[in-house]
Design a protein around this ligand. Sequence first.
Ligand code: 1HN
Length: 375
Amino acid sequence: MTEPSYDQYREEMIGRANVADTPERLAYYKRLSALGTGALWTVANKIEPWEPVSTSTPMIWRYRDLREDVLKALELVTPEQAGRRVVYLENKGRADVVAAVGWLYSGLQVMAPGECASSHRHSASALRFIMEGSGAFTNVDGHKMMLGANDFVLTPNGTWHEHGVAEDGTICIWQDGLDIPLMNALEANFYEVHPDLQQAISYAVDDSTATWAGAGLRPAGVKWAKPYSPLLKYEWAPTYEALSRYAKVTDGSPYDGILMDYVNPNTGGPVMQTIGASMQLLRPGERTKAHRQTGSFVYQCAKGKGWSIINGQHFDWQERDIFVVPAWMYHEHANASDSSDACLFSFHDLPVMRALGLYREEALGENGGHQPIMS
Ligand code: 1HN
């Protein structure tokens, strides 16, 4: 067995640890280790990097590569056996915590007509982005919702939820997004199966969208005290219309084109406490400038085609492809079409960054310099 060496972390700079290994020091480190301790200067530079060093890798999962094997799961397991019939996305650098990027989990769930998975709840906050099929539904705390392609749905932490597909529907595939890795890192993750397996439908179908998605209107006298959005389903048609209308009156962001956040209509803030989500539109031929942020992002192309450059790597994407941007990596997006829009759905952990006072954003300057962006 080779002896450990700490020389690799040395830095030739005042204020940083710079201690060479000597036989006497190595023997000392060994004694400390046997006592369940260590010399901070051997690890200080590693645990205090100058800036965030993500262990996640920029990655893309192309739908045309995955779809057949997602459908194959229908033959291999029932929702009863599997609990959730899902193919999850594993980041090369995050396999140990089952993350797609950073502290975010993502997977593709498939259900056939007439199937319904059992109701449960957990500390993790969750969302769905519907990819294909008709007749999918979800029931969140008794609020049943019918789901169509590109609809965005919340199942906030602590809410009972179950999903299924109506008898007269078609095979449905949707993307799940959760903060499970974060909940496990915080050692705060609980899970419960609903005592009745299937929960009752307690409200009119789609009542949450009917109540809270009014264009700039709020239902008078309706109180909402929970820490997440009372609007649980954000439909695609009004989302795309909002982006298209906004695009007519703004230049948009140099880094993101026409970017709109899904919001909690009760507060104007993010949809859930730990996960935020956005939809952005890149106009025909649009190419954005590079920026980077603290926080991790999972993108899904909802419309059109284009490419992104993430940490210097080029990724071509088209409808339904999913790709990730790890924390503090420069990224820029481009619409590959000169005649139609491209839309990117994304979810991220910026609410966590902001709540903890950790949010930062920086632009890559023309000359390669870095410029902080205040927001
Ligand atoms: C979950 O509850 C769902 O509700 C999907 O469909 C994926 C992955 C890990 C933990 C809980 C769902 C999940 C999940």
